[in-house]
Design a protein around this ligand. Sequence first.
Ligand code: AHR
Length: 667
Amino acid sequence: MAFFKVPSCGVLLLLFFIATCFLFQCFAAEVEVNQTARLLVDASQGRLIPETLFGIFFEEINHAGAGGLWAELVSNRGFEAGGQNIPSNIDPWAIIGNDSSLIVSTDRSSCFERNKVALRMEVLCDSQGTNICPVGGVGVYNPGYWGMGIKQGKTYKVVFYIRSLGSVNILVSLTSSNGLQTLATSNIIASASDVSNWTRVETLLEAKETNPNARLQLTTSRKGVIWFDQVSAMPLDTYKGHGFRNVLFQMLADLKPRFLRFPGGCFVEGEWLRNAFRWKASVGPWENRAGHFGDVWMYWTDDGLGYFEFLQVGISHTDEVDTSAVLPFVQEALDGIEFARGDANSTWGSVRAAMGHPDPFDLRYVAVGNEDCPKKNYRGNYLKFYDAIKRAYPDIGIISNCDGSSSPLDHKADFYDFHIYTSANDMFSKTHKFDHTSRTGPKAFVSEYAVTGNDAGTGSLLAALAEGGFLIGLEKNSDVVAMASYAPLFVNANDRRWKPDAIVFNSAQLYGTPSYWVQQFFRESSGATLLNATLLTNSSSSIVASAISWEDSENAKSYLRIKANMILQVVNLGSSSVNLKVSVDGLGPNSIKLSGSTKTQLTSTNLKDENSFMEPNKVVPSLTLLENAAKDMDVVISPYSFTSFDLLRESVSMKMEGTDSFSRSSI
Ligand code: AHR
């Protein structure tokens, strides 16, 4: 079962930007290259687009969180990744020294009840005597997730727990990948009595240099036995101090998403139920989170990210819980909802309050399962969840895994989940997918969509343009499509489990794929008004277009936006353009301002062009002034392009569909 929410505060405040609402309609048609098409827009009438139409789906896949959005630099910080049996593998931790200078092992002596495994370091060498420690000492290091991205002048908070049989003298250092260059260091000295029991140590390291491939070292030149556990290194500078890597979070904020789906996807379920994500193990103090191995995407997560979000499943990919035995899982879900929404005095709300968030979160939707409709026990289990959640929280929208786009669902639901991964041509044609869906009954949540396979590579312009056509179709059908999000959101380029993705990063670099940038064309759509628009053309290639009216909440200006997404279905038609004659009715004279109107275009020389760390801006939107902005204007739509024209309006006055009222706003 997955939980979806519109965060109410803190890290995702941007999700609450709500534009003035109006009306709309989009059209898809086919057009000959080198021909003139006409777009007739009626700006006097429109239909509201849901305020939560476009959002984001965050899944712990491709190290999106661990080694990604979550700014923790240490991987396997509690030494639990090698399993609960000892001796265990401490990977990616590695040893500095050899077996004549130290013996490193694991035991189960930790003070943390959920994570009993600790690192035991027996130092055989010393600073004097017959077995002198090598220069710099001996110990262990952690390379993080394919190297730690350390920046000159930034401060890093290192926290760890130690216990020792004697006094300790430890160097905590950020170094280059071979340990030869020290970027920052701190000396921890403590008497035997100070560390005879488990003791928390905290130190700040300010980096003298930048290194994208750094590591954290714990070293000593003093003979003795030291235990380490729960070693964390975090930059002080995270998004609003919430622990999110600034640059990656900013990429999300720039999309102005209106909802967040979290945390999966298949990650939620586990290949086997025993490896599913368990929300109760991911809340409370970070030191006491067990972490777990995600056996679908095949990597360990320390579960540092996940303490406001949670999820519990009754079905995994491989094993299913029988409906007669599913009630404990239902209770787990109810507890999870109470954690998010319950009063600060409730059983689970008090756990949230103790973590520093007494106010409830704005959890609005719960999805039961992930792509599980065909499974034997799905409907039976779904109904148990549905009834229990509705009884306790009647306002929560329940999302079924079964597709209701072609025929009505055979069970109660507020929404149904719709996923599509397909070729570019098919995605583009799916601009019509919801045209014939019943206008009554549960609405669609298109929670995962993307062009995949050869057309997409690791993120091509072709994929983005086809998705743009699909998104225009969702705008058009936003009376029956409530929410939509691309998937997957992130990939750490060092461990690509799925391609393509919207945002690519490593320890020091990042870029958006063309699919990321096409989503930016829709960030003003949620809460805007879709206008009636008719595209007149004839065919052998494809062009789809829409017109919305939206208001910029930052400057209170109103715009009329025309989006034209042209993608040739027959690739050998070459690089010809379409002349589009736009006529907007329902506006007074001089109602479009020349200055301030713009054209934004996403295109490139080759349909298969991609961005990369070397060329992060090869395929990004370009913004130019629209010199001939007017109610009647001729514009050129380049081949292989997504183009939007923002016409700045003097004032807005329009009739809302189904009402007798007019809305007006002025600048
Ligand atoms: O987005 C990647 C995966 O695709 C998701 O985990 C799953 O829901 C879908 O199959």
